[in-house]
Design a protein around this ligand. Sequence first.
Ligand code: NDP
Length: 365
Amino acid sequence: MVYPKTFQGFAITDLSKWTETELIEYEPKVFDDYDVDIKIDACGICGSDVHTASSGWNTPALPLVVGHEVVGKVVAVGPKVTEFKVGDRVGCGAQVWACLKKTCPACSTDNEVYCPHWVDTYNCTYPPESGKSAGGKAMGGYASHIRVHEYFTFHIPESLKNEDVAPMLCAGITTYSPLVRNGAGPGVKVGCVSIGGLGHFAIMWAKALGAEVYVFSRGEKKREDAFKLGADHYIATGEKGWNEPIKMKLDFIVSSANSSEGFDLGSYLSCLKVGGKFISVGLPEKPFNVGPGSFIANASSLSSSHLGSRPEMKEMLKLAAEKGIKAWNEPIAISAAGVKEGLEKCHHNNVKYRVVLNEFDKAFD
Ligand code: NDP
């Protein structure tokens, strides 16, 4: 391998065999003044990796290296980088760039995740607004290295092991942000729908923030885990009428369900107090079937939320370090076989609750 000119990564090269990756070498986008190069040590496998690799949302550009829950060591910094130096242990999540201009209504209000020019960590091309990076292709974390703007790079608390923290960089922040923005705390009743990579964090954060936590899962299988994660109440949604005892009780719901198949949105909405919000951070491939009539009984609303801001990421990592919160993870050594196993486990909902690829030193030079 010839870093820094090229990186290596496990890439999907044939969409008809989306779990079968090939080790390729590619040129990263140009090294810009604020860039940080990270040599990767661990990367979580997110539900979004599966949606993207399997063409569930749309047809991705090939070759495609996914992965956006990255932890590693800084190996190079651009001349204008101020917060990081070579050797620092850092992480990055699902966003690597935004315009960050004072005139941008999103970036100037700690909403850089909603910048109209945001760049996802993979399957994304740098826009003209990114100057000399324009046209560069963002490639993800199943790779030897990743190149990230310093604003989207984060120091990792010393007490958190790579595998315990990597999933926080996407799954963690995506659930933390809507919880804090909607006031999760003492006296607030929060619903957390589905127990997966994102969902298990939603429960741990909601509990750590002091809310009363109602957990919804499709059956009884995850009941015990839900209480270990911090649930106060568990609702199995398999049987009709499951919503009856909790109608109009919850302040808001954060859902990380990744499919709308058989998803009874109306019953979840009925659990909300008047004016309550159902926030779907999950991004099902097919839309929910709703009309205004679905919201009329309690003036509830349907909303979503994207990742989280830089200040929220810092707060979340601090909270995790203080309270000893860790991802429930299953490590798999990165290789073509390891990536295949991990993607399949995530796809089949057969992991508690995040696969984290590790042992990168053995796979790359
Ligand atoms: P996981 O596969 O780990 O978890 C998904 C969970 O969804 C499952 O554990 C299951 O929970 C539930 N589920 C699956 N099928 C159904 C169904 N038909 N009806 C109801 N629930 C179902 O995925 P992740 O947690 O990694 O990701 C979840 C979603 O969040 C994905 O769509 C992903 O793309 C999205 N995402 C969104 C982001 C954002 O910025 N908004 C960022 C990152 C991810 P159970 O068995 O408990 O019912």
